[in-house]
Design a protein around this ligand. Structure first.
Ligand code: GUN
Ligand code: ZN
Length: 434
């Protein structure tokens, strides 16, 4: 393959560490007049334009942006493909919301053509919001996973997804069995896991909708293939937590159910964790598992306020999730806007650099992909964004008052959404242009 090289000149910003571990100043790199060099879909250099331009081969095309910021692509560690058509469903909290809105909406994915249509909308929506990697719940139907991966593969995106496993406490039209869920998941793993930039996640919906037999087989699958992911929900809503105690009285708590069935590990991502108990954070941290913080969903469904300082205290891996359609936006910028408010309500300040970390490197670490995505480090995949400081009249005027990159970043997260994302690149290719 001939070498393709292209360079992008603009302000550059990326996270290089967790502010909770290294302090805010050491957590990021910012180049006011920076250059990002891409070769064959990978980042080959990042730095000050003045340092890098002289050594660039003379025939290299350099794209120069004014009033723009280049960042890594954003990482959504929790979202549901088949809930795209039901964002903003009125009036219910988790368990009634699932029965009233979610299950009927997900049943439509029995039809492959419908799944393909929504997968196309869903992936376009991710990219126009600057999300280049997501950990995705498909529906219970294996074809919903095929539809999603086929669409992701066409654009060479780095994506993770799995078929929901659900064999009780859901309508008959939407349940599988322990055996079919195992066989169907296995076939999907064989077809998709490790193909290009695609990865498979074993996906029991949550403890209440799986029998012990199904959870046993989910754990068995994880042991059968290397580097598989596990995604599910945990301790999102107080009624849900009580229900799990009734369904699994022999276990010491919600996390212990998943622990017992061998579902905890370095590639396990648990959505929400709003009502985790004192002993559950250390156990999650010990096993290397991660939690997806989903602020728009936790507010919209009235679930509660995620305790980020507690997670930090236990050195727990935390990523950010939109949780569409419990969440109300595909935009991780808007998700950070709400994350800030969730912390305000708990008397905690969420630094814009911690927010940047959560949406990029923190998400990559939660997914054990920090050597591939989440930063602008040379050698990693060229998944990056060009953000437009003049996206709206108000943003443009507001940013002219900004004194430094911290303020600019915070305002981008407060006022910004899909309109800010001028371009999205995946593996060096332009996959969205506003
Ligand atoms: N718990 C079990 N299923 C779901 C779901 O689809 N969305 C959310 N937010 N929580 C869940
Ligand atoms: Zn969810």
């Amino acid at each position: 393959m001939p070498l393709t090289r292209k360079a992008y000149r603009a302000a550059l910003l990326h996270s290089i560490g967790d502010p909770a571990e290294v302090g805010i100043e050491a957590s990021y790199e910012y180049f006011e007049d920076g250059l990002l060099v891409i070769e064959n879909g990978l980042i080959s250099a990042v730095g000050h334009a003045a340092d890098l331009l002289p050594s660039l081969p003379a025939d290299t095309e350099v794209v120069h942006y004014q009033d723009a910021l280049i960042t890594p692509g954003l990482i959504d560690t929790h979202i549901h493909l088949p809930q795209t058509g039901m964002v903003g469903a009125y009036g219910e909290q988790l368990l009634d919301w699932l029965n009233t809105y979610t299950f009927p909406c997900e049943s439509q994915f029995a039809d492959k053509a419908h799944a393909e249509h929504v997968a196309d909308i869903f992936i376009k929506e991710l990219l126009r919001n600057g999300t280049t990697t997501a950990l995705v719940f498909a529906s219970v139907h294996p074809k919903s996973v095929d539809a999603f991966f086929e669409a992701a593969q066409k654009l060479d995106l780095r994506m993770i997804a799995g078929k929901v496993m659900m064999d009780r406490n859901a309508p008959d039209y939407l349940t599988d069995t322990a055996q079919t869920s195992y066989a169907d998941s296995k076939a999907l793993i064989e077809r998709w896991h490790g193909k290009g930039r695609l990865h498979y996640a074993v996906t029991p919906r949550f403890a209440p909708t799986s029998t012990p037999e199904q959870l046993t087989l989910a754990g068995q699958l994880l042991g059968e293939y290397p580097d598989l992911y596990l995604q599910t929900h945990i301790s999102e809503n107080t009624q849900e937590v009580e229900w799990v105690k009734e369904l699994f009285p022999e276990r010491s708590g919600y996390l212990d159910v998943y622990d017992h069935y061998k579902l905890l590990g370095e590639r396990s991502v648990f959505a929400h964790g709003v009502h985790l108990c004192d002993d559950e954070c250390p156990r999650l941290a010990q096993t290397g598992a991660a939690v997806a913080f989903c602020p728009t969903s936790n507010l919209f469904l009235g679930s509660g306020l995620f305790n980020l300082p507690m997670a930090e205290k236990h050195k727990l891996n935390v990523g950010l999730g939109t949780d569409v359609g419990g969440g109300t936006s595909f935009s991780l910028l808007q998700t950070l806007n709400e994350a800030y408010k969730v912390m305000q309500l708990q008397g905690v300040r969420l630094s814009p650099f911690k927010s940047l970390y959560l949406a990029t490197l923190g998400g990559a670490r939660a997914l054990r992909l920090e050597d591939r995505i989440g930063t602008l480090q040379p050698g990693t995949d060229a998944d990056f964004l060009v953000l437009d400081y003049n996206a709206t009249p108000l943003l443009s005027y507001r940013l002219k008052q900004s004194k430094d990159i911290a303020e600019t970043l915070f305002v981008l997260m407060t006022l910004g959404d899909d309109r800010v994302v001028l371009q999205t690149y995946a593996a060096g290719r332009l996959v969205h242009q506003r």
